[in-house]
Design a protein around this ligand. Structure first.
Ligand code: ATP
Ligand code: MG
Length: 364
């Protein structure tokens, strides 16, 4: 990994006696794109504010390029923040909005003008310098906010839910643009979001947070395919999480469990004894349904009845009530010419999956 540009160690913070961050450790490499992903109130913005210097931690340090920036005020730290609200100055032109930070740092006018042009070109807004924010679309305002931040050549750009105000299509376009911009600039991005797709699609690594802690830090594939906790499995993507009990050991890395009344052989790195209880994570898109007759008991499958069919355009989602009680969500690619996908409500079905695609979590 490249040298760390940002190092957070042991950051804690409480407000009015309520602890909101419990020892955050995170290192971001130069030029890396890292997302903080978690539900509302888990402490994402608080982390950004500690890095930016808008708040001081109760304990722990923030290092930029190896230097503890604790003693430095916000305007002396080589970071810039892009907020959800954009926070553009309505009475200033686009160019003056972008030049604002340069003026504060007394950058000479000719150099400032050149850097503003460069920054506007970077976000594809050449020629928009004399407009005012209200003469721009939401997506364009978002780009001005980005230009205003990158013009200062920060070491780390902090972005707080900055795509939320955009409509769905524009948001998807901006995800691609933002990732490309980040590559061109080579600046590290610390991006806050509660949208898992946004985090997965743009990040080199994702820190999944809950209640002021980082639950798991890894590449998008690691957090999606190998969640380490029930929370991560359920928050990053959709997941069926079913309780199971180990009934036999089946060799290295393999156990047989009783899963919703069926005997299933599963792969796991966990050291498990017979009788141990576990949670089994099955992604809806990893499951396939086949209709079965009343007497059939196919091995290693989960048996149940179709209770709901939801047409989603690209996928056909099915809710299955398992004979043993819990419900299972299955998501299959929709193909109107495939009769095998046609399971009416009430049909008896078996859900199967490729062995090894399940994730086994220790209980508790
Ligand atoms: N200045 C403050 N004074 C008191 N409590 C605060 C302050 N700032 C944040 N909090 C509390 O700290 C917790 C974490 O807030 P934070 O804004 O970091 O969450 P978040 O993960 O960014 O949430 P969201 O996704 O809703 O923006 C919340 O319970 C919040 O109410
Ligand atoms: Mg927030």
């Amino acid at each position: 990994m490249a040298a760390a540009v940002l190092q957070l160690s042991g950051l804690t913070k409480s407000f009015g006696g309520k602890s909101v961050l419990h020892g955050i450790d995170l290192e971001i490499a130069d030029g890396e794109f890292v997302s903080l992903l978690g539900p509302s109130g888990c402490g994402k913005t608080t982390i950004l504010r500690l890095v930016a210097g808008f708040e001081a931690p109760d304990a722990g340090t923030v290092r930029l390029d190896g230097v503890d920036v604790g003693p430095l005020p916000a305007n002396r730290r080589a970071v810039n923040t892009v907020f959800q609200s954009y926070a553009l100055f309505p009475h200033l032109t686009v160019a003056d909005n972008v030049a604002f930070g340069l003026r504060m740092h007394r950058v000479p006018a000719t150099e400032a003008a050149r850097r503003v042009d460069e920054a506007l070109a970077m976000v594809q807004l050449d020629g928009y310098g004399s407009r005012r924010p209200h003469q721009l679309s939401g997506g364009q305002q978002q780009r001005v906010a980005l230009a205003r931040a990158v013009v200062n050549r920060p070491r780390v750009l902090l972005l707080d839910e900055c795509l939320n105000a955009l409509d769905h299509q524009l948001r998807l376009d901006m995800e691609v643009e933002l990732k490309q911009l980040q590559r061109r600039l080579g600046i590290a991005f610390l991006f806050v979001t509660h949208d898992q797709e946004e985090a997965l699609s743009m990040s080199d690594r994702v820190a999944v947070m809950e209640h002021g802690r980082i639950e798991q830090l890894g590449t998008p594939r690691q957090v999606y395919e190998s969640p380490r906790t029930r929370f991560v499995a359920g928050f990053v993507g959709e997941a069926n999480i079913l309780p199971a009990r180990v009934t036999a050991l089946a060799g290295p890395g393999r156990v047989v469990v009783d899963l919703a009344g069926s005997a299933c052989e599963l792969q796991t790195d966990l050291e498990l004894a017979v009788g141990a209880t576990v949670q089994v994570v099955l992604r809806p898109e990893d499951l396939r349904l086949t209709e079965v007759g009343p007497e059939q008991q196919p091995e290693g499958c989960l048996l149940g009845r179709v209770v709901e069919r939801i047409y989603k355009g690209r996928t056909l989602d099915t809710v299955v009530e398992l004979a043993a009680g819990p419900r299972l969500k299955v998501s299959e690619f929709f193909d109107e010419d495939d009769p095998a996908l046609d399971h009416p409500a009430g049909a008896r079905v078996a859900a199967s999956w490729v062995r090894g695609w399940e994730v086994v979590l220790a209980d508790g």
